[in-house]
Write a protein that binds this ligand. Sequence first.
Ligand SMILES: [Zn+2]
Length: 172
Amino acid sequence: MADRMEFSSTSKRSNYGAANRVDVCVLCVYPSAVMHRVEDCIFCGIVAGSENCFKVYEDDLVVCFMDLFPLADGHTLVVTKEHFENVFEVSESALTGVAALSRRVATAIKKELNPDGLAVYQANGSAAGQTVFHYHMHLIPRREGEGFNFTSRVRGDAATLESHARKLRALL
Ligand SMILES: [Zn+2]
């Protein structure tokens, strides 16, 4: 199971080492140099099943999975299935799907983790902190008095991520 977290070094989509300069996204962590092209898009890889994830939900429009580098315990992503780069490109139907699922997942996170608050982030463009250029929404449980630490994100524990995904699945 531990291998589910590891991206193959031979995978084009996951070849982080190909980027000489690694711009760490404040929200997504993925190096931007390998995420600008659709064919290199890790979220398209997850949708296609060529990249692994800790999946919470999937339907015709959207897919939801745990962020591999959680800003907080329970940090979840809701992603359009079709590749839209940002809010300026996303279709209304996909956007509606993301919004509706985000609400459902937020409710599940609240039931499961009982956070003091829940932040919803959606970045568009490098200047806004976007590095995976495939439309996605962050759902981040927050605790009272807890500060954001965007710069030192670490990979989440596989067992913990799987546990959260399983519990959230059961609540949807
Ligand atoms: Zn994509």
